[in-house]
Design a protein around this ligand. Sequence first.
Ligand SMILES: *Cc1c(COP(=O)(O)O)cnc(C)c1O
Length: 396
Amino acid sequence: MDSKQIFDMFGDYVLDTYARMPLAIESGRGSICRDFEGRDYVDFTSGIGVNSFGYSDCEWSAAVGAQAAKLQHVSNYYYSEPCAEAAKLLCGLTGMKKVFFCNSGAESNEGAIKAARKYSLMKYGPGRNNIITLKNSFHGRTVTTLAATGQDVFHQYFGPFTDGFVYAQPNDCADLEDKADDTVCAIVLEFIQGEGGVVELAQEFVDTAKKLCARKDILLIGDEVQTGCGRTGKFLCAEHYGASPDIVTMAKGIGGGLPLGAVLFSEKTENILGHGDHATTFGGNPVVCAGACSVLSRMTPEFLHSVTGKGDYLKEKLSDLPMIESVNGRGLMLGAVLRSGDAHDIAEKAVGDGVLILTAKNKLRFLPPLNITKQEIDAGIARLGKTLAKAERDTK
Ligand SMILES: *Cc1c(COP(=O)(O)O)cnc(C)c1O
């Protein structure tokens, strides 16, 4: 196979729902991958924050391979060891009490939404089922999580959408207070909005949400699908804010490259969902959970500290590149504002120079593997520097 043949087969057989970059990836190790012609690329994307330890990390692939050879799936009518271990590790890292495993971020948010509504119904009766989410948020692609997503572009074509979502302006405390009325059972926050363009919530805004939740028995739900699992230099981004959500949703990075979502419940919320209330066939799959154990068991304070250090280093290097106006974000979740030009166009040209980057709105977005080395950062920066220098010349 060569890249051209693969592009053609996609054209013939794969539904065209993604604006793909012109790159077919053949293999990878750590933060470097190769195409079918043997060219190498520095990867600042980790599959949108999924490959926490990069491509085919040795420890992770050994754990996954061994589990696949031993026991690949059991239904949730039975017990399995990797599922128990992964849940224990997640609780140990977060102080949460119970975990429900599913397969994606959207699905974990669905679980959190169901739990919040049941909590309120059982305690207060009907009429208190609204959920506040933020404008410019992103919570997933199911009909309900599209409704939860506070961006009008996502509210087309597929109606009727699920009722009961109210959108507050991020970092506008007065608006949040205004919307948190007696019909509200939960507030959902991405502490750093990812798809919305790497937009950080202000401490004061999170404090206001915490106060409202405490005063009115509203559940605080942290959507840590993108920010969780060490991405920002803490295991959960909530920790930066001194926030302890009642429910945390995770996905992307926890499986290290296999599909895994998790809904984490605190002492207050651990008893809401019982037998028959919620389920999913693949949830807690042994192979996926074995991969998660490999990822989670390495989230030590020293490792998280190294993520912060590398994030600071990458931020500094990015700030010095041509065309870059400013860089924001935390740890290895960074966004760069361009002086001019189109972010998607730059990302596509960067592929030609051997470096993979993401975009979010009109920012360049960086979510490299958490174990990326300084040398790999330097190599990626040098390549991106070429792309940006060319783009700068073109503007003159
Ligand atoms: C990616 C993402 C989701 C959706 O996750 P999927 O696995 O694509 O369903 C939800 N919330 C946030 C914050 C995300 O970044």
